[in-house]
Structures are given as structure tokens and as C-alpha cells.
Design a protein around this ligand. Sequence first.
Ligand SMILES: *[C@@H]1O[C@H](CO)[C@@H](O)[C@H](O)[C@H]1NC(C)=O
Ligand SMILES: *[C@@H]1O[C@H](CO)[C@@H](O)[C@H](O)[C@H]1NC(C)=O
Ligand SMILES: *[C@@H]1O[C@H](CO)[C@@H](O)[C@H](O)[C@H]1NC(C)=O
Ligand SMILES: *[C@@H]1O[C@H](CO)[C@@H](O)[C@H](O)[C@H]1NC(C)=O
Length: 959
Amino acid sequence: MKCKVDLDCSRLEHTHVKTVAADQRSENIERLSKMKTIFTILLASMIGFVGIYVYIKLSDYLLNSESTDQHTDTRTHHKIVYHNLPVESSPQCSNIPIGNRRDCWPGSTDLLTDHKCIQKGCCWQPYIGSSPGVGGVPWCFYPIGYQGYVVQSLQKASSGMTVQLKLVQPSGWPNDINNITLDITYDSSERLHFKIYDSNKSRYEVPLPLHQTSNKVTDTDINYNVDIPTNGTFYIKVYRKSTGKILFDSQEASPLIFSDQFIQLGTQLSTEFIYGLGEHRSSFLVSTNWTKLAIWNRDQPPKRKTNLYGSHPFYLNVEDDTNSHGVFLLNSNAMEIEIQPTPALTYRTTGGILDFYIFTGPIPDQVVQQYTELIGRPFMPPYWALGFHLCRWDYGGIDGLKKVIKRMRDANMPYDVQWNDIDYMRGHLDWTYDQHKYNGLPNVVDDLHKHGQHYVMIVDPGISNTQKPGSYPAYDNGIDGDIFIKKHDNSGPIIGMVWPGNTAFPDFFHPNVTTYWTNLAQTFHNQVEFDGLWMDMNEPSNFVSGSVTGCPDNNLENPPFVPPVLDGKTLRSRTLCASSRQHISTHYNLHNMYGYSESVATKSALNTILGNKRSLVISRSTFPGSGVVTGHWTGDNTASWDDIYWSIPEILSFNMFGIPLVGADICGFTGETNAELCSRWMQVGAFYPFMRNHNSVGFKDQDPAIFDEATQTIMRDALNLRYTLLPYLYTLFYRSHVNGSSIIRPLFYQYPVSDYNNTYKIDTQFMWGTCLLITPVASQDTTTGLGYLPRDRWYDWFNQTYIDATGGFINFDLPKQHINLQIRAGSIIPLQQPAVTTTLARKNKFMIISALSVHGEANGELYWDDGVSRDAIFWGHYNLIKFNVSQSTLFSTIVKSGYKTESMVLGEVKVLGVEIAPTSVTFNNQVLPTSDYSYTNKTLVVDKLSVNLTEPFKLSWLV
Ligand SMILES: *[C@@H]1O[C@H](CO)[C@@H](O)[C@H](O)[C@H]1NC(C)=O
Ligand SMILES: *[C@@H]1O[C@H](CO)[C@@H](O)[C@H](O)[C@H]1NC(C)=O
Ligand SMILES: *[C@@H]1O[C@H](CO)[C@@H](O)[C@H](O)[C@H]1NC(C)=O
Ligand SMILES: *[C@@H]1O[C@H](CO)[C@@H](O)[C@H](O)[C@H]1NC(C)=O
């Protein structure tokens, strides 16, 4: 924890937005210019641009004749004399292309007028396609040469530098900080850290445990160059040393502003290919057409252009030579990120400091690896968590639940985990179950365990405060331990309203909260032996604004800048008052980390309860670092074809955010699904890293076993395909855990060069690791559809023939039972015969598919352990086997052989792309009596094997 908050909090509470009364003349000008703004908008829509232009010229003439170039700044006590006020005709204003305008009036709570704009030292030029102050092309924008901060001194050190900056031009925002410091640290050859903070006073910093490098490097070892002027207007430029391409460049981007509650910095982007910046519903490629992304965690069923459940201020940007880099702003305050056509990006945050990390990649997956090296690698899930999960809100009681479990088993559906939503609770109270409606729940859970299955149930953070004293430990213990979030004045817990009615909210940053939470979880686990916990409503969600008694009026509740969050200019909407108090800081600072902190406490509780067994936590609200402890589902989606599509960019993004165990509610949460939609969704869902079918209250059942035979067959086939692929998926999770590689990847990670303009935009298809390409169906009545095949050799999973693709869209046959799955030539994929649970499947024989490259080569690997021990990797209790094909021989290498408890038997090897029929096939130099070669498919199949995979083997086909 590196939070130094107390100073800061008191400052935030006691400073007020001071305004000095403006003099009469200035008020008159303001009134005039306000009228002018309104009139201009009206006029704009009425008579178009020519009219506006004439009108502005005229009114500016009137206005300018009234004003001088001396203004009193009405926002601070200082009297400021502007010597070179920009006017629109000056070159600092008129030479700026529309797309490059840097907004000088972003979402202020003040109404924008031209006078106020000019007073800020900015240029004013109305634009017909946008409105002032709300986004799009700004009317009020910074001139070229805007000063802001200048460099006072620059001191170089062996692995970085320290720069002192001084404010020379007030920003117009309240409480500018005059002296600020920039620390630049060369963390490693691939990672640059720079941090801008108040030189004189400590401020809130994000309490995230980061994996810092111990040995910093010197400037001869780094892959980047940093350029800071030694005097004059401040900027920071970071280039890639080998190519000179931009990694960060603030020089002609939005200027640095560092005031108490408004902090801004902009950067040019290398290209318009930018990804990340969650949590939002948009295409994977973020549009540079004046996109404003608000980051402020919010319980909101995913929709476009609004803040959603989590915060991820991390992006990946591609350079024009296909190299990539990443930029992470470590800041947890409410913020806006604007991306504009330049292309450029502006951060505007409401607190904290500017704490940036730049990752130089240059391969996209390396960018993600370098990011997760800092924020923490994803956890290794238990093997069962990769199976199929089933849930719905409202099973109608224990009989409904039992009925579903039985029909899933009767239908032979692969199915590992049963979940419960809030209906299992007594009166929606956490850590209780309804002993009447769900009488016998512990036995049902035992029965799941006996069948090799697992159980996960929902827990919300809101703790009811209206139970009889002494009857509800969750509240009583919270009061005793004093662990609830408090009102702004520390006068007891802040009370909101969630499912059980009025509730208090545990402060998951309180030092004693883990003990409190663990005790509750342990007591409940003594009754119901859950295997994982589902964290919902943890933005935190609140059905009333702020609290049941509203919020006080202070500068945290009413900051001068509010990002464009849902429900207008208020942070309290559907959550707690910003000025409520947590142990280490205010909710204003910590809000975006609530779900993260709850996940950390929950994982810790599960580790205590389950000992060395891995558990599963799935959280709705996330923050950088959440992937270390939790997976994520994409929230309350809808049973629609569009929602199948949206799930793909969402899942791609979360893989980039270091939370690879992610999935959308299959078949849709709200709304009625249908057999076609649900079976197509089960087909794509079979490739979600986290595969759960979940349904809301009041809608028809949508578990696979409820459908007709034909639909059931489609769903069972999809599930069997997933279960067949689990050894490969598990190996990808191992790589994600140890190296930070993404599991789900966009096509351009692998194919950035030849298909530049195509692959960078594709988010309707995705890859598993580097080996499998999935082209899902997300539209009704589809029998054929276009899919992109990158330039390479691709084998069809089902008929095993190959296409030598040249890079382009091809028309696929997509009958309703068909899953379009391609194997990249050069891949070796470990598989296993499926079964109705992973517990059973793990006992089956392994298979290997080897898809040869044009040169007859291939490689792959298999990670295997007991699937549940938390310390398997730490103690080396695992096997890691590499497979290679060269010169018509497939051979294995045992990299690690530390897990001997279960045998690993290889039953079958398939080699795809064997061009010439083999004359004989040998296994460890013994000629095999049988093998099967298909002339049509050019496929060699060697089955009926019974080979110990933990010993090296060699399979050769002689031609
Ligand atoms: C800012 O730094 C200067 C020295 O560079 C110092 O004289 C001044 O007092 C500082 N201002 C504040 C507000 O700390
Ligand atoms: C400002 O910096 C430039 C180069 O960066 C240098 O040539 C010039 O002498 C500096 N001026 C002062 C006053 O330090
Ligand atoms: C950018 O967005 C505006 C407003 O939505 C739209 O009118 C315009 O066509 C878009 N421009 C591009 C290049 O897509
Ligand atoms: C945490 O619990 C310990 C033991 O009960 C107590 O002494 C301590 O004051 C508590 N800490 C806080 C911050 O409440």
C-alpha cells in the first residue's frame, strides 16, 4: 500500500471552490456571450455555416471592441494579465485542423461562453456539427503554444530523471497546483514509468500492489528514448529507439493541467489502431471520431457510450510498421478518456496523480505480458472451472434446482458447475440460505460433489442493517469490527439500499475486513460446501442515489468536472456518496476499486477455507490487477443476436486487461431466448474461457436439456468439442499464468502484416492462443457467412482438409449444427476424450492433433497437473511436455515431470497435411501394424495407442 491519504483527504474536504465576484463589466460580457452561444446554436441549425461565419465575425467585432486583453480570472484569487490572448484569426488558432482541436472546455459544470473560453487563454470557433462543451469537435480549444507548465529544472540520474515544473498560466480550473514534479524511471528495457505529482504535498495514490522491478536499467539498455525540454513549455515525448515511432507524445496534444480535482494530459497516438480502455461496449477497435469514454464503475446492463461495471485505463496502440506498445494510467478516480481524429488521446481525471507506465512490446501479446508483469499475472483456475457452468435467477426452490440437475444428467450434457443466484438466500441476506424454499441445499451440493461436479453461489456486498440485533452476524460483526464504509463525517455506516432492503457496505480496504469476511464465509461453508463465490453488485450498486438520506454538499460530491457518466453530472448515481469514508481514503478515490478489493478479500477467504485447493471467484466489477484473483462475466446482457456479437469485443478486451477467465451469459440474461439463438450461442460460448449459461428471473428455462432433441444435439456437440479441447485451453491458462499471454486474441496479434487494413478491424472472429481460429455465427437464419482467413494454411477442424489462404474474406458454409473452427498450420494441439464432467474427462486418453505447416513442421505443448492444488506450480508438481514435428517425425520432449499421481495415456495421434502416403509408420522405432492414411484428406491417423505421455516418444512416417 502506498497511499498517503490523510493529508489529502482533509485537503479535499476543506477546500472549496472559491470564486470572486466578477466585476460588472465582465458579467455583462458574459451575459452577452451566453446569449451569443445560444443564438449561435439556433442560427447554426437555421442558416448553416455561411450565416454563422458572418454572424461570428460581426459579433466578435462587437465583443472585441468592448473587451481589452486584460481579464480578471474569476476562478482564483490571482489577478492574471494575459498578454497574447489568442483570437481566432491569429495563427495559434486558425492553423489547427478541425480534427486536431484540443478541447479547452471538457464537460465543465459551467456553461460555456466564448468569453469564458477566451478568458482561459483558448481559441473560440463554433463548429456546425457539434455543440459547445459536450463533445465532438470543440468550439473552445487550446491555441498552439499554450503554456501551462514550464520546466524549471531537469536532473538526470542513471536510470531516469527528475523534472520540476512550474505553472505559468492558470488553467481556469479551481486550485491549480503550482509546483509539480515529474519522475521518470527506466523500469526495464521494455517498461518506462513516469509519474507527475504535487511537489509539496502528498496526494492520494492508488493502493495497488504492483510488481516493481528491483534492478532499474540505464539509458543504454532501454528500447525507448525520452525527450523533455530543459526549459520552456513542458512536454514529454517517448519514442521507440529502434524506429523513432511515437510511444507517447504530449507536445501537440492536450496540455498538462494539474489542479486539485481536474488533472489532464494528452498524447498523440501512433495510428488510429487503438484497443482497450474499458469497461465499455464498443467495437474492439476504439473509434477515434471524438470518442469520450467515461470510467466510473456502474451497475448498468451493457449499452453503448456509457460507463459500465469496471475500470481499465490501459490501451494498446499499433505503430504504422506493425509494432505495438501499451500505455497504462494508474489512477482510480472518475475519469474521461477522449480519443480524437488527430489521432490523439486525452486523459481527464478528477483526482489522484498521473502515474503512467509504457510497455514497448513490440508484439501485441508481449505488450499484454509486460502489462500483466506489472499488475499481476492471471490466477491459475481449477480445471473444473473450465467446464460448463449453469445458472439461472429463480429456480423456484430446491425442487426446481434438483429438476434441472437431473435433466442435465439425463441428457448426458457435459456439465461441471451448478450455480445459484440470489433466490437461494433467506430474504436476500448474504451468508444465509432459505431453509424453507431451499430446504436440503447442503445435500444437493454434496450430491454435486459425489458426481464430480462443483457449486458456486452469489454473494453481494450489501449487508442488511435491519435485522433483529443478535440475529444476523454479518451486520453485528461488521459493527463490532467497525469495518463498514462510513458517512462523510464518520458518523456511522453509510446506508444504501440493495436486494435485502437497507444495507451497509463492508470497506474491503479496512485492515480487519478479511477476518470478518472469512469468518462469515467459513460459517456458511460449514453448512453449504461451496467451491467458489460469485461477486455481483460490487460497483458497489445502490438502488438509491448516494444513500437513503442523500449526500452532503461538498467538493467531492460536486466536483468541478464530472466525466460523461450515465445520469448526468453526478457521481452518486446508483452508488454511494463520493464523500463517504473508507479506512484508507474517500470513496471518491476508491470507488473504482470496490469490486477489486472485494475480490481480493473473497479470494483470501476461500484460500483459508479451502486450504491448498484452488477456488473460483467471478466478479462483475474489476480493476487492473483483478485477474490475479478473479474472473469476470460481462454482466446483464440480453437474449439477442447483437449480444452474441458484443460478447466478442468484450472478451477480447478483458484478455488484454489481464482477466482472461471471462465469458458472457450464454443464451442471454434478460429476454426470452429461443432454440436457434441459444444453440448458436452455446456454439460460440464453447470458446468463451469462462462458459456459463445464465438466465434472469421470469424467463423460460434455457439450460441445454430443456430443448428439443435436435437442439440438444447441437448443444451437446458444442460442449463435447469444448471438453475435447480442454487440455489445450488449460495449457493456455498455464501460459497466461506464468507469462501473461492472452488466451483469446484478435487476428492481428498473429497476422499484423500482410492483411493490415483487414485484421486490425476484425472483432467478429477470434483465436484461442496461436492455434485455433473461431468464426462464430451471430445472426439469425444463417447458412453461409463471410469469415476472414489470414494468409496462411488453415485446416478445417471437422473435415481436416486445408486451404492455403491469401488473406481475405471467404464464404463459409455455416449450417446450424456447424461450428466453424480452423487450425493454423504448424500447430500441435493436445486433446482428451470428452466426458460429462471434467472429473471423468481427466481420466480419459489424450489425443494429439498435429497440423503440418507448408514445410511439414509443427509444434505445441501440454501442461498438466492435478487440476486443483494451488501450489502445483510453486512446488513443481506438474508435467510440461513439448511436441515437435520435423522431417516426418513427431517427437515429445519432457520439459518437466513433476506430477505422477495420475497416469497420462496417449491414445491417438492425427497428423494433418501429410502430402505423400507413408509406406510405414514407426512408434519409438517399432513398425506399427496399423495406421490409417486418407488420400483425400492427406491425414494420417494412428489410434489404439496406449502410450505413457510422461516418457518421450517418437512417431515417424516413412515415405
Ligand atoms: C514553488 O517552488 C518555488 C521554488 O521553485 C518556491 O519558491 C515556491 O514557494 C513554491 N510554491 C509553493 C506553492 O509551494
Ligand atoms: C533553453 O533550452 C535550449 C535547448 O533546449 C537551450 O538552447 C537554451 O539555451 C535554453 N535557455 C535557457 C535560458 O536555459
Ligand atoms: C463522426 O461522428 C459524427 C457524429 O456522430 C458523424 O456525423 C461523422 O460522420 C463521423 N465521422 C466519421 C469519419 O466517421
Ligand atoms: C483491527 O482489529 C484489532 C484487533 O481487534 C484492533 O486492535 C484494531 O484496532 C483493529 N483495526 C482497526 C483499524 O479497526
